[in-house]
Ligand binder design. Structure first.
Ligand code: PMP
Length: 411
């Protein structure tokens, strides 16, 4: 039996049957790129895959085997929709690194933070609702909001994160237009895709602006503990427990294949999220949850995080150095203090999407900026990630990209 081909039955015979919300479900540009970018001859600065090769694989394998032997009756059984109590406790100790004082009862374990995003959208967004978000923003969050038929409105950032005055003006404008914002979705620390961090002195102001406008903050923070200098940033949630739903993930600090993330929410919101989780998946994988809990309780995870940070620091430095050395005049870029991404802006007149086939032909891939906006902005921008290729490949890829841009400028 062959897989079904779209052309086999002519036009999709179920076309008239889909729910309206399915129209908002379209493949992201990033996903479409994966097939091309994974060809071995291409230096991919496109994907955001964490480098799990730095994990102590033998230790992880041993703890998983012990888990099945010692606690198979629990690990292989259904669990609660809210998540394993012991893991929820451990999650609170992880969040304490970012100044958050949380109770395990307020945590909901999810299938990656992506599911937490989906559950929040499910319980808050009606068709036509408005979500305010940074411009650019995380592409799959845009996909989630679109799937619930909500509208995303962007607010500009500079190198210190979102502009609080612009945020206040946007809320006021939406209020006047009779479409008040329901959520402010933000990746305040080492943002995907811009690599920008909301400065400490702006954080309270942003919270104040949201509180005044009565807009719930959705703080998505998968990269917070991958700071490449100094101490972790204090999370927004640490200073506004009643006004923030915080999303966390073990995808970047442990392994994305385990698909363990979480939401921390005020109690009434938490109850809704648990009910939504129940209808979405009954219960999370007990095995994955107990494995993460055991890892955090028995392995030196803070030391492991240091190893991840060292690896990513070397790669970030290789990328910034290569950009400095090789990029033609007029190209600018952000300088991330952590996370995975650098946001590059091309000179006036260039178009990163139109240029992509020529870059791929020259054997380098990136993600064009337009995918990170709901409104078609970002034509001159691109996202580069330094998380996956080794430093020498990063240098090679940036060098090739610089040549491609140089040729475009001569056209
Ligand atoms: N939010 C952001 C900003 C991300 O970059 C990602 C992963 N690319 C996610 C959420 C989802 O992560 P996961 O579901 O693996 O926890």
């Amino acid at each position: 039996m062959q897989p079904d081909e779209p052309s086999r039955w002519g036009a999709d015979p179920w076309l008239g049957h889909y729910a309206q919300r399915a129209a908002g479900m379209v493949a992201s540009e990033v996903r479409a790129l994966f097939a091309v970018a994974s060809r071995p001859e291409i230096v991919s600065l496109a994907g955001g895959m964490p480098n799990v090769s730095a994990l102590p694989i033998d230790a992880v394998a041993a703890l998983m085997a012990d888990l099945v032997t010692e606690r198979g009756q629990v690990a292989l059984q259904y669990g609660s929709a809210q998540g394993d109590p012991s893991l929820r406790e451990t999650i609170c100790t992880v969040m304490a690194e970012e100044g958050i004082d949380a109770h395990p009862d307020d945590v909901v374990v999810t299938v990656g933070s992506q599911q937490a995003l989906d559950l929040v959208a499910r319980v808050f967004l009606d068709p036509g609702d408005t979500v305010v978000t940074e411009g650019p923003t995380y592409v799959t969050a845009l996909g989630t909001f679109a799937a619930y038929q909500a509208r995303a409105v962007h607010v500009a950032m500079d190198e210190r994160g979102v502009l609080p005055e612009a945020l206040a003006e946007t809320f006021a404008r939406l209020e006047r237009a009779g479409r008040p914002a329901k959520l402010f979705y933000t990746v305040p620390t080492f943002q995907n895709p811009a690599g920008v961090t909301l400065a400490a002195e702006r954080r309270l102001r942003v919270l104040e602006v949201c509180r005044r406008a009565k807009v719930l903050v959705l703080e998505d923070n998968p990269y917070g503990l991958l700071h490449l200098e100094g101490e972790p940033m204090r999370a927004l949630r640490a200073d506004a427990p009643a006004d923030v739903v915080y999303l966390g993930s073990f995808s970047k600090t442990l392994a994305p294949g385990l698909r363990v993330g979480w939401a921390l929410a005020p109690s009434a919101v938490r109850d809704k999220l648990v009910l939504a989780a129940e209808s979405a998946m009954l219960s999370h994988s007990a095995f994955a949850q107990l494995a993460v809990d055991r890892y955090l309780r028995t392995q030196p995870w803070q030391e492991q995080l240091k190893a991840f940070r060292e690896m990513y620091r070397e790669r970030r430095d290789a990328m910034l150095d290569a950009l400095e050395q090789r990029m033609p005049a007029g190209v600018s870029w952000t300088r991330p203090g952590g996370g995975f991404f650098v946001w590059v802006t091309l000179p006036e007149g260039l178009d990163s999407k139109a240029m992509l086939p020529r870059a791929v032909q020259a054997r380098v891939a990136y993600v064009p900026g337009t995918g990170f906006y709901a409104d078609g902005a970002g034509r001159r921008a691109m996202r580069l990630s330094y998380c996956y290729p080794p430093p020498e490949r990063i240098r090679e890829g940036v060098g090739t990209l610089a040549e491609v841009i140089g040729t475009e400028l001569e056209l």
